[in-house]
Design a binder for this molecule. Structure first.
Ligand SMILES: [Zn+2]
Length: 397
């Protein structure tokens, strides 16, 4: 209800205006962006702490849109902070700029893909779907299990079952793969996503080898990870790009996994912050620290469980805690989804659930292999869109 009401208040501005897509500059801060566009800096300072912190999580290369009128006057700017929420800068009826957090409108479809390998799986998947994200997810899933550079015959099949979001007619954000199968020289290799969100083989053995540990002893979670949550009291959308652990100031912070420190310094929102790049490509972040451990600096190599710093209250923080983030590229993911599980393999009720998921997926694989559905290569024909300021729905220009 609150959401619908908020949309009604939006000004209708789009007659005679044009949507200009642009990419968020790597490393640009929200304040310098406002300065560069000659927009009032109060747009940033009027945001509350949580939303100010969000601006530091705008993914580099994020696909943004600017709506300008025929006199090149900025009417509206949309900047995604994750795949569900975006910052909207807009003109009020009094012709003043305002800002708020609004949902990103996407269409979501569960799709199946059948690919007879022609060149390389990555290239074949991109050609058919237009999604580099889907192709790299696929490659990641079979890494270490299948060597696609040798051994396959032309025509060997790949089957993928996944959910893909579309925004402005294009694949948007990371697809969620539910299951995948390759057959190489008659040998099948399968991967299934279990109810816990992780990938397993047909026997229920976990795929991911690299596992992280909670970065604090006796953890107490005070705020979880969320991409988009409607706040019933504040009547606004909130996102939280990490997990908060409540702890006393000075509590040691531990490296979640082996890696190399890629940032140790101060940022406005996150205060004293350390980032660690891990060998599987993920980056962990530890914010609001009181201080770093002596000897910890940019480039330091750390081991899992090693003390890197101490819990504090620096930056935009409302009390001592550790804000712990995990990033795949510039995208925040739920850190808890990559933490080490205490149990290995399934038993009891969980095993039953897994077997049901697996058998259902196997039936899908069989059906797709029989039907061999032909998909036309993806063709990207829309260059520019209007974004309706009331519904946020795209309209081809
Ligand atoms: Zn936090």
């Amino acid at each position: 209800m609150g959401r619908f009401f908020a949309l009604l208040l939006l000004p209708i501005l789009l007659f005679g205006s044009l949507v200009k897509p642009f990419k968020w500059n790597d490393g640009e801060s929200f304040l310098t962006f406002l300065e560069r566009k000659k927009l009032p800096l109060s747009l940033y300072y009027n945001l509350d702490k949580e939303d100010q912190k969000l601006t530091e999580d705008i993914p580099y290369n994020a696909n943004c849109q600017m709506v300008v009128d025929d006199k090149k006057f900025i009417q509206q700017i949309l900047i995604p902070v994750n795949d569900e929420l975006q910052l909207q800068i807009f003109l009020t009826p009094k012709r003043r700029y305002d800002i708020r957090v609004v949902p990103i409108v996407t269409q979501e479809y569960t799709e199946t893909l059948y690919v007879p390998i022609q060149t390389l799986p990555y290239d074949d998947i991109v050609k058919l779907t237009g999604s580099k994200n889907l192709a790299s997810e696929f490659v990641k899933m079979f890494k270490g299990k299948v060597d696609f550079r040798k051994g396959f015959k032309k025509g060997d099949p790949i089957v993928l079952v996944y959910t893909q979001k579309y925004r402005l007619g294009k694949p948007f954000s990371m697809p969620e793969v539910h299951g995948a199968m390759v057959e190489i020289n008659g040998k099948k290799v399968t991967v299934y996503r279990h109810a816990d969100g992780r990938f397993y083989d047909e026997k229920g053995a976990q795929y991911e080898k690299f596992l992280f540990k909670i970065p604090i002893n006796n953890p107490r979670i005070t705020s979880g990870f969320t991409k988009s949550r409607y706040h019933p009291v504040l009547h606004c959308y909130r996102a939280h790009a990490g997990v908060d652990f409540g702890a006393r100031p000075g509590t040691p912070i531990l490296a979640t996994g082996d890696g190399r420190i890629s940032f140790a310094g101060s940022s406005r929102g996150y205060g004293n912050t350390i980032k660690i790049r891990h060998s599987n490509g993920l980056i962990s972040l530890y914010a609001h620290q009181k201080s770093f451990r002596a000897g910890i600096h940019n480039g330091s190599v750390v081991k899992q469980g090693e003390i890197i710093g101490y819990v504090g209250n620096s930056g935009l923080s409302s009390g001592p805690h550790l804000h712990f983030g995990m990033y795949s590229g510039s995208t925040a993911i739920n850190p808890l989804s990559v933490m080490k599980k205490t149990t290995e393999g399934f038993s009891g009720k969980e095993r039953k659930v897994f077997l049901a998921i697996r058998d259902k997926m196997d039936a899908k694989f069989r059906k797709i292999l029989q039907q061999k559905p032909v998909r036309k290569p993806y063709f990207d024909f829309h260059e520019t869109y209007y974004v309706d300021s009331q519904t946020f729905k795209p309209k081809p220009f």
